[in-house]
Design a protein around this ligand. Structure first.
Ligand SMILES: NC(=O)c1ccc[n+]([C@@H]2O[C@H](COP(=O)([O-])OP(=O)(O)OC[C@H]3O[C@@H](n4cnc5c(N)ncnc54)[C@H](O)[C@@H]3O)[C@@H](O)[C@H]2O)c1
Length: 266
């Protein structure tokens, strides 16, 4: 089950903001373990190099490119390089994203545009340029990574642009799914809840400024009905399921990976 043998997976944001397992690094590694040939993409050369090293050391097949996925020309070039190297494209995973907190009064227009470009336009760009190749591959699939911030708003700490963009990812994925279903291309969204990835230590602690990493992790764990924030591997397994042939009748939907966080708020 869940074999990706002979499939080519293009994974955007395949590194991690710090050492350890981000959602993208875990996904790239897991898909390679399942037999996919992975084309890994990241803006950070060091983060990309680490993912490539891990996959190669495990005996997986991987190539990579440093690329800014918010720039159409760069993503187009990288997709062409993937197809040139591996001859096809079966799986696209859009994993980049991150939040700049602030309500509409606090965010500048530039901040707003940057958040939408980063979290939403990047998804449009890669889907646009990958689609002609995905249509040629029977059983092809896209997974876009959203966030629970699309579904649950924090009263004390709004993330208006991030929430809007990540909600947009869900709508865009459904639209892509329906338009391209006749061509056999599936498209779904994974919605992570609070995940204990390197982002917590390397970005959120700095953003908050008032708590240390251990305290923040404990605060996040306490909000999860299952008792603990998830990890990059929880996201990776959800992505694996959705891109696998076993999920062949699933398109235009969302898989919430949040330990019960969203249901508890209802
Ligand atoms: N960690 C969480 O708690 C959490 C919760 C909900 C949603 N998410 C979502 O999961 C995804 C990944 O999260 P993560 O924790 O693994 O983050 P991460 O920042 O560790 O990993 C993202 C990777 O994307 C790369 N990247 C950033 N901008 C890029 C660009 N323009 N072009 C190419 N690569 C770029 C980064 O260098 C990094 O290696 C994001 O979409 C995020 O919004 C995370």
């Amino acid at each position: 089950m869940f074999s990706l043998k002979n499939k080519v997976a293009f994974i955007i944001g395949a590194g991690s903001v710090g050492p350890g397992w981000g959602n993208g690094r875990a996904t790239a590694t897991l898909l390679a373990r399942q037999g996919a040939k992975v084309f890994a993409l990241d803006k950070s050369p060091q983060a990309l190099e680490e993912t490539i090293r891990i996959i190669r050391e495990e005996g997986g097949e991987v190539e990579g490119a440093v690329c800014d996925a918010t720039i159409g020309e760069e993503i187009h070039t990288a997709i062409e390089a993937c197809v040139k190297r591996f001859g096809r494209l079966d799986i696209l995973v859009n994993n980049i994203g991150g939040s700049q907190p602030g309500g509409v009064e606090q965010l500048s227009e530039d901040d707003w545009d940057a958040q939408i470009n980063y979290n939403l336009k990047s998804v449009y760009l890669s889907c646009k340029h990958a689609m002609p190749y995905l249509k040629q591959s029977p059983g092809s699939a896209i997974v876009n990574v959203s966030s629970v911030a699309a579904l649950r708003m924090m009263k004390a700490r709004p993330h208006s642009a991030y929430s809007a963009a990540k909600y947009g990812v869900i709508a865009l994925s459904r639209s892509i799914a329906i338009q391209n279903a006749p061509a056999g291309v599936r498209c779904n969204t994974v919605i992570p809840g609070l995940m204990n990835t390197p982002v917590v230590e390397h970005r959120l602690v700095k953003q908050l400024g008032s708590v240390g990493a251990q305290e923040l992790i404990a605060n996040r764990d306490a909000q999860i009905p299952l008792g603990k924030a998830g990890t990059g591997w929880d996201i990776a397994h959800a992505v694996l399921f959705l891109v696998s042939d076993e999920a062949g009748h699933i398109t235009g939907t969302e898989l919430l990976v949040d330990g019960g966080y969203t249901a508890a708020a209802a």
